[in-house]
Design a protein around this ligand. Structure first.
Ligand code: URA
Length: 207
C-alpha cells in the first residue's frame, strides 16, 4: 500500500527541493521540515502507553510514547537527511544504519555496512531513504530487517518512481510505503524523472 502525503506544505517543500537553484543548506533544512510532515502520516497509528505525571494542579495518567519501541533505519548515505528530522520528533528511538550503494552498471545494491539494534524483534521499524528509484536498495534493506527479526516495518521516502513502487510492492507486499509524490519514470541511469537529482549529492554538496 502506498500513502502519498498530499498536504500543501509537503508539496510546496518538495518543489523547493526539486529546484536546481536550491543550495545544499536550504535543501537540508527543507528535507528536515518535510520529514516532520511525512512522519506525521507514518506515525499516526503508533501505539501509546500511559504515564502518570503531576500537572501543576493534579496527578493524572496521560498518553505517552515509548520511543525505544521504534527503530529508524537509515539507508546510507541519503537516509541521513530524513533521519535527523525523525530523531527530532522521537529522540529516544533506536537507530539502525544500512550501507548500500548502487552499482552504476547494474543498478543493483551492494551492501558495505550494517548496524542494527539487537532488539530488532521488539521494535517497529521505519526505513528512511529519500528516493525510491529502482526499488532495489529498498527491497534489500527490508530483506535485511526481516532477517534480523523485525516485525512491523514501514518505508518512508520523499519521492518514488512507479517502477520502484511496483518492484517493492511485489517483493514486500506487507510493508507500507509513505511518500510525498510518485514521479513519471526512471531514466536509463536509474534516476527519477522529473525528480530532484541525486539526493545524497544535494544534501551533502558533493556535486
Ligand atoms: N537516487 C537519487 O538520489 N536520485 C534519483 O533520482 C534516484 C536515486
Amino acid at each position: 500500500m502506498v500513502t502519498i502525503v498530499t498536504h500543501p506544505l509537503v508539496q510546496h517543500k518538495l518543489t523547493v527541493m526539486r529546484d536546481r537553484t536550491t543550495n545544499s543548506a536550504l535543501f537540508r533544512v527543507t528535507l528536515r521540515e518535510v520529514s516532520f510532515l511525512i512522519a506525521y502520516e507514518v506515525m499516526k497509528d503508533l501505539k501509546l502507553g500511559r504515564r502518570e505525571i503531576e500537572t501543576p494542579l493534579e496527578t493524572g495518567t496521560f498518553p505517552s510514547l515509548e520511543g525505544r519501541r521504534l527503530c529508524f533505519v537509515s539507508i546510507l548515505r541519503a537516509g541521513a537527511g530524513l533521519l535527523n528530522g525523525m530523531l527530532d520528533l522521537v529522540p529516544d528511538a533506536r537507530v539502525g544504519h544500512i550501507g548500500l550503494y548502487r552499482d552504476h552498471a547494474t543498478l543493483e545494491p551492494v551492501q558495505y555496512y550494517l548496524k542494527l539494534p539487537d532488539a530488532m524483534g521488539e521494535c517497529e521499524a521505519i526505513v528512511v531513504d529519500p528516493m525510491l528509484a529502482t526499488g532495489n536498495s529498498a527491497i534489500a534493506a527490508v530483506d535485511l530487517l526481516k532477517k534480523a527479526g523485525a516485525g512491523r516495518i514501514k518505508y518512508m521516502c520523499l519521492l518514488a518512481a512507479p517502477e520502484g513502487v511496483a518492484a517493492f510492492e511485489a517483493a514486500h507486499p506487507d510493508t507500507p510505503i509513505f511518500t510525498a509524490a510518485i514521479d513519471r519514470e526512471l531514466n536509463e541511469k536509474g534516476y527519477i524523472l522529473p525528480g530532484l537529482g541525486d539526493a545524497g549529492d544535494r544534501i551533502f554538496g558533493t556535486v
